[in-house]
Write a protein of this length. Structure first.
Length: 125
């Protein structure tokens, strides 16, 4: 599997879990997912594969697959993915404790520094 595909699917899986963590997916979160697809130039066939996978897999499977795919990427791409996740965590104006847990645990598993994610995300404000 190519690095781009690992990055794209891993990012999409983790974004999906993050926006579903609080049990409510609002319009802003849906728009953010589509914006990431656009920003990252994610091909339609990969996006369709993602939609099919999340519809048929349990959240635990989606999470494990997402982490595996992100961990197959360079540190630069990992950081980029977690910056997207960090920025989405408060897009609805409310950071839920489950979103925080998912984000922090995932960052730890990817061996990325949380402070690096925050610093990089601050560049986009």
């Amino acid at each position: 599997m190519t690095s781009d595909k690992n990055y794209h699917l891993g990012l999409l899986y983790l974004v999906h879990l993050l926006i579903n963590a609080d049990g409510v997916v609002n319009e802003e979160e849906e728009k953010a997912l589509l914006k990431i697809k656009e920003i990252e130039n994610i091909p339609s066939e990969i996006f369709e594969e993602f939609l099919k996978d999340v519809a048929s897999k349990k959240p635990k499977e989606v999470y494990q697959r997402g982490i595996e795919m992100i961990n197959a990427c360079s540190d630069e791409l990992k950081l980029k993915a977690f910056v997207h996740l960090y920025r989405i965590s408060d897009i609805d104006g409310n950071v839920h404790v489950k979103e925080v847990r998912l984000l922090l645990y995932s960052i730890k598993l990817a061996d990325i520094e949380f402070n690096d994610v925050v610093a990089e995300a601050a560049k986009y404000k």
